[in-house]
Design a binder for this molecule. Structure first.
Ligand SMILES: [Zn+2]
Length: 647
């Protein structure tokens, strides 16, 4: 069984976790869950970074023993992570004895390799970053990330690590192993810095008690960043458990933020090279998260979102889905409450949740909940299911988490289209179509089963519930076995309340934040005029969700004939990709039937059927219809295949 060891960055505990911190952990959790689903024996480690001077300062300010303070914060962090359904196997704290042992082991190896020497550090230090800052990195004399705090000028005895010695091996690592650091843009950035040369770095702080003492000079402690990086190795037994260390090291993946790439892709590999230890296989840097377009900052409280509060609004899985599906993994992303609600409605309430409810409700209405396949299932839907499972796997293996989630939703879209095309409610009226009806419902349940398996790393709890409702097992899922179309096996479906009730986005639009919502006010009889520059949301405007209810599709005209005794109407047979349909259009005055054949049109796909001059019309053709003038069909300037959605 392949093994997979992944980590997240460990967090300073001097402030509470916010949505940006949570974003990284959720993405790493999705990768861990995916690896388990794909059959790898997985070890997923998170942790807290406790030897920071800021932690020491916060503790002292609260008149707490630093360790007691760290214990309190540990409880807050792990409560948050449990609340987000994170499946970490281990949680390391850098004040633990095992970490101390790992750090001692690693710095001793580096020291023995002759890569540490004594010197005097004189220069700037940013307490916010807990990092030494070369003059050239300061902007107007301040750290770019902490412009409010003046950097300190420090002059003290320090031990230095010969980082400069590793410039060549690091360049070789970057050039011979491009997969070591992704995404590529970040990698190129770091490569240019590497090419411009490396300076030795200070790895100790003198005269401090909060930290891990250097084994050869206990009057100094290991500099917090050097200390912190070693957690990835000490968590799997460096210095304490050689057997465990050999099993799990090197790490397969470090998931980090793009602001700490230098530490992870230059300093950390150099430390390991010096210590004679294998390098991690991959470092992946995610982007920054903004809230409502603004950088998260303590000075702007509206931008600090508590992840548990965000999860409480619509549920933990909707939050996880938003973070994973709406943000390209590796790029920057934004969180906004109204957008969160919109995506919740579009993806979950109206789409996936609705499909689960409809499918199980019809299964119960027409087949008492039991679906036995007839053996004549939809080849097309099965093929789409298998293709999507393949695309999903490729995306997830490449850490394109957003694409993986989107692929699963394409299967849900295809299933909605399939149900609309097959119209089980119509089949139910035809005794000859009994088998077909059973099979259509089975196919829909099967597509939901497959989609739920693919989505299980992203929305684990909801996936289990969907699997239960469509009569499939949700435990010990395995991608090879469960992540493909399954044409056999009876399904005993469960009908229950909708999983995701629709969110009222019209009201929530004005409630920026649950905590900030104003006490209830008497409602004015008419909506007050909008005071902000926001576009008006009066009764004549619809939301994107309203619009998305209209399913517009491309279709091709296969045959056309005039409707007898009608001046305006023409009867069309059309190909909508998944099926053929008949519809009646009022365009006979503008188009000769013969000229319509082969033409590409746009139609409303999910319009209720209507009878016109005795012909059942299934859909409506879109045309520009000037008052008193002749209609002009909507068309495209390029070839578009039938069935394509228009939106
Ligand atoms: Zn700083």
């Amino acid at each position: 069984m392949p093994r997979y060891y992944l980590t997240t960055a460990i967090d300073y505990v001097n402030s509470r976790p916010h949505l940006g911190t949570a974003y990284e952990k959720v993405c790493a959790d999705v990768i861990a869950r995916y690896k388990r689903l794909a059959g790898a024996q997985t070890w997923f480690v998170m942790g807290n970074d406790e030897h920071s001077q800021n932690v020491y300062k916060s503790a002292t300010e609260q008149q707490l023993d630093p360790l007691a303070y760290c214990d309190q914060m540990d409880a807050i962090f792990q409560k948050t992570w449990h609340g987000l359904d994170l499946s970490y196997d281990d949680f390391i704290r850098t004040t633990q004895a095992r970490h101390k042992a790992g750090v001692t082991e690693l710095v001793r190896r580096v020291y023995d390799a002759g890569d540490i020497y004594e010197g005097v550090y004189e220069g700037w230090y940013c307490v916010g970053c807990e990092a030494f800052k070369p003059e050239k990195e300061l902007v107007d004399g301040r750290c770019a990330l902490h412009p409010q705090t003046a950097p300190q000028w420090i002059k003290e005895k320090n031990y230095f690590f010969r980082l400069s010695k590793y410039q060549k091996p690091l360049l070789e690592l970057f050039t011979t192993n491009p997969g070591f650091f992704e995404p590529e843009a970040r990698r190129n950035e770091q490569l240019r810095l590497l090419e411009s040369g490396l300076e030795d770095i200070s790895v100790s702080r003198a005269g401090q008690s909060w930290g891990i003492p250097l084994p050869w000079d206990p009057s100094s402690v290991v500099y917090v960043w050097f200390d912190a990086l070693i957690n990835y190795a000490s968590a799997v037994g460096l210095g304490t458990d050689p057997g465990q260390f050999d099993t799990w090291w090197p790490a397969d993946l470090h998931v980090i933020g793009k602001d700490i790439t230098r530490f992870h892709t230059v300093i950390w590999p150099a430390m390991l090279m010096s210590a004679g230890l294998p390098l991690p296989r991959k470092v992946f840097a995610h982007g920054f998260m903004t809230v409502g377009g603004q950088r998260m900052s303590k000075s702007n409280p509206g931008t600090i979102v508590d992840p548990l509060e965000a999860a409480a609004r619509r549920g933990v899985d909707p939050l996880r889905l938003y973070l994973v599906k709406e943000i390209v993994f590796g790029g920057d992303g934004d969180f906004a409450w109204d957008r969160f609600d919109e995506r919740y409605n579009a993806d979950l309430a109206n789409n996936l949740g609705n499909l689960v409810s409809r499918t199980t409700a019809m299964a119960h209405q027409y087949r008492n909940g039991r679906l036995q396949p007839t053996g004549r299932g939809s080849d097309r839907l099965a093929r789409i299911g298998d293709e999507i499972a393949h695309e999903y796997r490729q995306a997830m293996d490449a850490l394109a988490l957003h694409s993986g989630a989107a692929a699963a939703f394409r299967l849900i879209d295809a299933t909605n289209e399939y149900i609309a095309a097959k119209a089980p409610w119509a089949l139910a009226k035809n005794p000859d179509a009994a088998d077909e009806l059973t099979q259509v419902l089975f196919d829909a349940a099967e597509a939901l089963r497959l989609a739920a398996v693919l989505l299980s790393p992203v929305i684990p709890g909801s996936s289990r519930e969907i699997l239960r409702r469509v009569g499939a097992s949700g435990s010990d899922l395995n991608l090879d076995r469960d992540g493909r179309w399954r044409a056999e096996g009876e399904r005993i479906t469960v009908k229950a309340e909708g999983i995701w009730p629709r969110a009222d986005t019209d009201r929530s639009r004005h409630v920026e934040h649950p905590k900030e919502s104003a006490p209830p006010q008497p409602q004015p009889a008419a909506p007050a005029p909008a005071a902000s520059a926001e576009p008006a949301t009066g009764p004549d405007r619809i939301t994107i969700d309203d619009f998305m209810k209209v399913d517009l599709r491309v279709a091709r005209v296969l045959a056309a004939e005039k409707v007898p005794n009608s001046r305006k109407l023409v009867k069309l047979s059309i190909d909508v990709g998944t099926e053929q349909r008949t519809l009646v259009a009022g365009i006979a005055e503008a188009y000769e039937p013969d000229t319509l054949v082969g033409r590409t049109i746009v139609m409303v796909f999910n319009l209720k059927p209507a009878k016109l001059m005795g012909i059942e019309s299934n859909g409506m053709v879109l045309a520009a219809s000037p008052d008193g003038g002749k209609p002009t069909l909507v068309g495209f300037d390029q070839e578009v295949p039938p069935g394509t959605r228009v939106r």
